[in-house]
Design a protein around this ligand. Sequence first.
Ligand code: NAP
Length: 353
Amino acid sequence: MLNIDHTRPVMVTGATGYVAGWIVKRLLEAGVTVHAPVRHPGDAGKIAHLQALAANSPGSIRFFRADLLEPGSYAQAMAGCSIVFHTASPFTLDVRDPQKELVDPARLGTRNVLETACNTASVRRVVLTSSCAAIYGDNADVWNAPGQILTEDIWNSSSSLEHVPYSYSKTVAEREAWEIAARQSRWGLVVINPSLVIGPGINPHATSESFKLMQQLGNGRMKAGVPDIGLGAVDVRDLAEAHLRAAYLPEAKGRYIISGHNTSLPAMARTLLPTYQAYPIPRRILPKWLVWLVAPLADKSTTRKFVARNVGYAWQADNGKSIRELKMQYRPLAASAQDMFQQLIDSRQLPQP
Ligand code: NAP
């Protein structure tokens, strides 16, 4: 049983988001006071679900106004906190200006939050939500990794502003975090590197790219088939558990790949078929040449270079460090995919079949 200190408040950035929702829920259930700096504390639609959670939990939540791009804006929320969970970072693939929309909020936001931690005497640990995207850029990189398996020792060196800029934003942000952490000794940095996160959201209407992907598996957009893209997947509830262990286990240290399953897009779709046969879930694998030809026309964020370096490659990561040191247990892939799909149906984000 994890020993969660509920005597000191903690700060969670990006509390309105998909991943942070479950972290906040777990903290509130453990009786912790959560400081939640958000961009729009007056926007009831964004925070009502968190207020409802707090009302039914022993813990409490306080909202503050802050923005990743406003230096110093996290100081008030961080005052008195022992732990900082820094999850806020845009997770979107459809961008016009990757520098402004992805890299600046990721890197400058990390700098902003972690430099505030340097100036806040109460902070002892920072848990940063990075990504497996900071470990690899394309699946071709997995092919070239030692033993063709990703580990915490590897860094993404193939992404750039022009190619998979989201992964580039996560890479430069995590590098920035390690640099700032190394300049001081009061707080320790523990980094969580999740693969694709799936499972139901605390707020079913989150903007996270995770929801768009699962929606496309059920709304007919991929009915003709899916590309054979290997990927890792982890349940959002398991990911919240990993964040709590990273925060409260004194021995937690370094980076942790948090990924329950080495899988693929077609395999993930297959987990839905037994229960949701009536939906236009993709049943076929599209040939790579066809994806190469058509994908950039259908979706401008999918380039031919992306198709060439990702389709037809398996994805493998070693989650052993998380199991050994954080004692992680991962739930079955089908449970996560089905719970999320069902939530999309219940919240009317998937049309009736
Ligand atoms: P999400 O639901 O879109 O959450 C992103 C959060 O970041 C939101 O709370 C958003 O606040 C906040 N944010 C964005 N720009 C901001 C800014 N300029 N100032 C302050 N807050 C800002 O996405 P998510 O999937 O939960 O992602 C959370 C973290 O997990 C990210 O660091 C992401 O890179 C990482 N991650 C996600 C996955 C995945 O598959 N979902 C996988 C690996 C890593 P608003 O509500 O105000 O927009």
